[in-house]
Design a protein around this ligand. Structure first.
Ligand code: NI
Length: 227
């Protein structure tokens, strides 16, 4: 499932993030690439010891924490601390690749399984040319280029690329999420059911049938979720 979540950041948060990123020094994006990805990755990334990274991560994770759509679409169990990247000049693209399935969590050294990948766009799309995220899934190829502050989530299992930025710079935040529900089809069913329930609740209120279906949602989640 590929899903766009608009305005994840408020205008104020976006301005804060952009200011912190302007002050940052960048290094080669190869610091987090797996063997295959390293062959095609040509961008820059914020290093782990960047003074701004802690504040940037707090800001993004805080915004995700209050976002109900993000929660129901991903059912997050663990989130890898977000990374920040830049495409511009000679380091301007990331060819077709698949994200690593397993990553080490920096805090406790344990593993996180990457079920869902997310890109939070941080540059105004009018300020750069190219830099489209292209995701191949079972329904074909999707090109994604969003307003600054908006996010796309897509299966980490999909092959994807970022096309060359030929003018300006594209700064984004990316992260990997381990879902409580590992199976993407089950996750999708739960998401669709939750959204339909939300509409039913708005349209007809808490009828007996709506309460009963809400119970079914939670019982399915209970059956499928791991925490
Ligand atoms: Ni990727």
């Amino acid at each position: 499932m590929l899903l766009t979540i608009d305005s994840v950041l408020t205008a104020e948060e976006l301005a804060t993030a952009q200011k912190l990123l302007t002050e940052s020094a960048w290094v080669s994006g190869l610091i987090t690439a797996g063997t295959q990805a390293a062959q095609v990755k040509n961008n820059q990334q914020l290093p782990e010891d960047a003074p701004q990274i802690a504040a940037l991560r707090r800001l993004v994770l805080g915004a995700l924490n209050r976002n109900a759509l993000f929660f129901t679409a991903t059912l997050p169990n663990k989130i890898m601390p977000p990374f920040f990247n830049r495409y511009s000049g000679a380091t301007n693209h990331y060819g077709f690749h698949v994200d690593n399935a397993m990553r080490i969590l920096p805090e406790d050294g344990g593993y996180i399984r990457s079920d869902i990948s997310a890109t939070l766009f941080l540059s105004d799309p009018d300020t750069y040319e190219g830099g489209e995220l292209v995701v191949n899934d079972t329904f074909g190829q999707h090109g994604v280029k969003l307003q600054a502050g908006s996010m796309v989530i897509y299966p980490s299992s999909s092959v994807h690329q970022v096309t060359p930025v030929t003018r300006g710079e594209r700064i984004a935040c990316f992260m990997f999420i381990q879902s409580m529900v590992r199976d993407p089809n089950q996750r999708r069913l739960l998401y669709e059911m939750d959204i339909a329930l939300l509409q039913l609740r708005q349209n007809i209120g808490e009828t007996e049938a709506v309460v009963s279906l809400t119970g079914t949602y939670h019982n399915l989640l209970r059956q499928w979720a791991e925490s």
